[in-house]
Design a protein around this ligand. Structure first.
Ligand SMILES: CC(C)(COP(=O)(O)OP(=O)(O)OC[C@H]1O[C@@H](n2cnc3c(N)ncnc32)[C@H](O)[C@@H]1OP(=O)(O)O)[C@@H](O)C(=O)NCCC(=O)NCCS
Length: 293
């Protein structure tokens, strides 16, 4: 029987260096280069509300060979960091860990579990589908390696927006208001609030109200667009135009050739706005959900 030689312990019982070693082995042949350090792992746990008491490590003897992290926000759970050491893959460890998390979710009376998985990661998708997770939308990892040439490259209505820089905390209440589907786990306002002082923000105003916002960070590797969204009360083309106007303004303020944006939906006005500013999709992720009640 698969998975019988392994036993599980709470992630809180395992030291951070062993976790780092486990992650870097499990993700050593991943679709994007993924290397963690103790500092990165600690930041991830804080940012994504991971509960180490409700997360699990699979042990073979005393050796950690698999990991699954569970983030918890209210009655919603989030699976991340799911990985099994290369030499132990295909032996039932991943399924053992996931079934433990399903039990944990039941005990915690969670309503749902969600996750993101690279759309080419058929192994992981097979595992999640087997347990009842269903895909709900496709999120893009967007990248740009060149500056867009001219202003207003898109075909949408750029409108007449007053674009201005604002403190990032000013924008956080707009995140839930402007996204009809909750943004990805990393971009929920509660997560963004944790590092708001590192974020820059601007809003596009039309008349007296806010029409759109963008949150971004200028990093050593280039510009990072954290989120961009427009009010659902605007017409589709105008929503795209408002986002483009913001992205254009950011390019003027922070003229960086290299730019990235993570987990912005592929379908819809946000993706079209990114495309019109020279971004391409590098990687697609499926967002999957399991409803528990
Ligand atoms: C994805 C991963 C966690 C699966 O763990 P695992 O221990 O190898 O998987 P298991 O042996 O428990 O298999 C459970 C199910 O996964 C799927 N699966 C596993 N290996 C597979 C393969 N090579 N091809 C297709 N499906 C596969 C199957 O549905 C399988 O059920 P089955 O045995 O009834 O067919 C593991 O391969 C891994 O760590 N990969 C690298 C990191 C990663 O991709 N993490 C997921 C990020 S979202």
């Amino acid at each position: 029987m698969k998975g019988v030689d392994y036993w599980l312990t709470e992630a809180a019982n395992v030291d951070v260096d062993s976790l780092v070693d486990l992650f870097n082995d499990a993700y050593s042949q991943y679709y994007v280069p993924t290397v963690v350090t103790a500092e990165r792992l600690i930041n991830l746990v804080a940012r994504e509300d991971i509960s180490m008491r409700n997360s699990y490590i699979a042990l073979f003897g005393r050796r950690p060979v698999g990991v699954v992290f569970l983030g918890i926000r209210g009655s919603r759970g989030y699976i991340c960091g799911m990985g099994v050491r290369i030499a132990y893959q295909g032996r039932g460890v991943g399924e053992l860990l996931m079934r433990r998390i399903l039990k944990e979710a039941e005990t915690l009376e969670l309503d749902s579990l969600q996750l993101e998985v690279v759309d080419r990661n058929f192994r992981a998708i097979g595992l999640y589908a087997k347990l009842g997770f269903v895909p709900i939308r496709v999120l893009g990892v967007w990248e740009r390696g060149r500056m867009p040439h001219r202003k207003g490259m898109g075909t949408c209505d750029l409108g007449d927006f007053d674009v201005r820089r604002v403190p990032s905390f000013h924008v956080l209440p707009l995140v839930d208001r402007f996204n009809e589907i909750r943004p990805c786990w990393q971009n929920e306002p509660t997560a963004l609030a944790k590092f708001y002082s590192r974020l820059s923000a601007c809003v596009a105003r039309a008349g007296s109200g806010e029409a759109a916002y963008a949150l971004y960070v200028d990093t050593d590797e280039g510009l990072y667009i954290v989120d961009v969204a427009a009010s659902p009360s605007l017409h589709k083309g105008v929503r795209q135009g408002a986002c483009e106007a913001l992205l254009e303004r950011i390019d003027l303020d922070v003229p960086r050739r290299m730019a990235r944006a993570h987990n912005i939906p592929v379908q819809g006005y946000q993706g079209r706005a990114l495309q019109s500013r020279g971004f391409d999709i590098e990687l697609k992720q499926q967002e999957m959900v399991l409803c528990l009640r």
